[in-house]
Design a protein around this ligand. Structure first.
Ligand SMILES: [Zn+2]
Length: 452
């Protein structure tokens, strides 16, 4: 899909990419750039153009997420987007928004004017965000209604009983609800293709894209989210699939099934008929009474996790290399594709893993990590211990350090003014020297995956 606009920007893109910051990204290198953005994700993947294609560009660029949690913002986003513009020459082949949490998409709304200046070929979203999909709409309505109710209740409790409402667990729960809010502008822009004519695709597990966004030689296997709600509602791995004991401060002990509504509200017409945030005054009053007896913190965590499970999970297969970007996928999302036959084939071949959900306890099933890329795995973790101190999860990070023989790098090793440093007893500690093929920038790390 070559547009006139693309042709114009080709020259600039070439100049910038060739004079790129380390001079070591060439036609045989995939570069994954992880920005330190605070508590959030922003990854730029640069894939070399095949020499014989006759293109003047040296790399195609794919942006995966650009968001930060309100309470974990370290004020680097402006610079991050400036760097993305410089590196890509303003050309993004595919822009992926994995799921509609603030810490993954807030940048698209806040810096909408900047993103509208990019030349973007395709925008990819999970099927759960498709406004033309009735099942997706139902999910969105349900989530929106719950988030609104929780917000109201937390506010009310704070007013009535301020000290009791200010526990670490409550703060973690409030942060989870905050993550769900304020995403409408970003979503509208994403769904509109930023008004720059980008093609918008809603993707689900099982799809295979060949040469997507005109990226020659790339195959993308979409591994999640599954369409089956049974899977979407499984948040926590069974015990033998965890690297944890559920911890304090954000840890949550609950069943796998999401039961966001008190029994009284689940009538024979079913929760699905619940009409969302538009409630009558009487309904609101009644719900308030019922919720007074419900564990709101766990409800908030459950809602946060079910949204994580809507993550668009993409496996990039490029010239024999497998790179996995699972967003914040939690157990049910993983489980769907781990149950497929092809998982046997995929897992040992993975050479790069973007660690899911900032290294939290329930977003990397043990069995999956254990079977990944023997002897060739590298991993990046975009993480920080604010606002959730339990992240990243120490036992997971420890095992990851052993499994990823080509190195693990975490974003919060980068010292940024006023940004939180890693906690004292966290893992892995920052090494004196970065592992081979990792590079440090002003507010990013690069992983250079050599194709030869
Ligand atoms: Zn996240």
């Amino acid at each position: 899909m070559v547009t006139a606009k693309k042709t114009v920007s080709k020259k600039a893109a070439k100049k910038i990419v060739v004079s790129s910051l380390h001079g070591d990204i060439n036609a045989d290198t995939i570069r994954v750039r992880m920005y330190r953005i605070g508590f959030g994700d922003c990854f730029l993947i640069s894939l070399p153009v095949m020499k014989r294609s006759g293109s003047e560009d040296s790399h195609y660029h794919v942006l995966i997420d650009c968001g930060v949690h309100f309470s974990g913002d370290i004020n680097t986003m402006d610079k991050v987007i400036g760097n993305i513009a410089a590196i890509t020459g303003g050309k993004i082949a595919a822009l992926i928004a994995t799921h509609s949490h603030q810490d993954h998409i807030s940048g698209f709304g806040r810096f909408s004017e900047k993103f509208s200046q990019f030349d973007i070929d395709e925008v990819w979203l999970p099927w759960c965000e498709n406004p033309a999909d009735p099942l997706a709409l139902k999910l969105q309505r349900k989530h929106a209604a719950l988030a609104e109710m929780l917000d109201e209740h937390f506010n009310a409790q704070r007013t009535i009983n301020a000290p009791a409402a200010n526990t670490p667990q409550r703060n973690a729960a409030v942060a989870a609800v905050v993550n769900l809010s304020g995403n409408q502008k970003a979503l509208l822009l994403l769904r509109s293709g930023f008004d720059v004519g980008a093609e918008v695709r809603y993707l689900g597990a099982g799809e295979v894209l060949r040469d997507p966004a005109a990226i020659e030689g790339l195959t993308v296997r979409v591994l999640g989210p599954p369409r089956d709600q049974q899977f979407l509602s499984k948040m926590n791995p069974p015990k033998d699939q965890r690297y944890l004991r559920l911890g304090a401060g954000g840890g949550v002990n609950m069943d796998n099934a999401l039961r966001p509504f008190p029994a009284k509200w689940i009538t024979d017409t079913g929760v699905e008929n619940y009409r969302g945030p538009v409630l009558t005054a009487a309904e609101k009053e009644e719900l308030k009474e019922v919720l007074a007896d419900t564990d709101l913190d766990n409800l908030a965590f459950a809602l946060d996790q079910v949204k994580n499970n809507t993550s668009l999970v993409t496996l990039f297969v490029f010239r024999g290399k497998y790179l996995l970007f699972p967003g914040d996928a939690q157990y049910g999302n993983w489980k769907w594709w781990l149950d497929q036959e092809e998982a046997e084939d995929i897992l040992p071949r993975i050479s790069f893993l973007k660690v899911a959900h900032h290294g939290s306890h329930n977003a990397t099933p043990k069995d999956a990590l254990e079977r990944m890329g023997e002897g060739q795995l590298a991993a990046m973790v975009s993480t920080q211990s604010v606002p959730w101190q339990s992240i990243p999860r120490v036992p997971l990070m420890r095992r990851l350090s052993e499994k990823a023989t080509n190195g693990v790098v975490r974003s919060d090793w980068l010292a940024i003014d006023d940004a939180p440093a890693p906690l004292a007893h966290t893992e892995p500690p920052m090494p004196k020297k970065l592992p081979a093929n990792f590079r440090k920038g002003a507010f990013w790390y690069d992983y250079l995956l050599k194709l030869k």
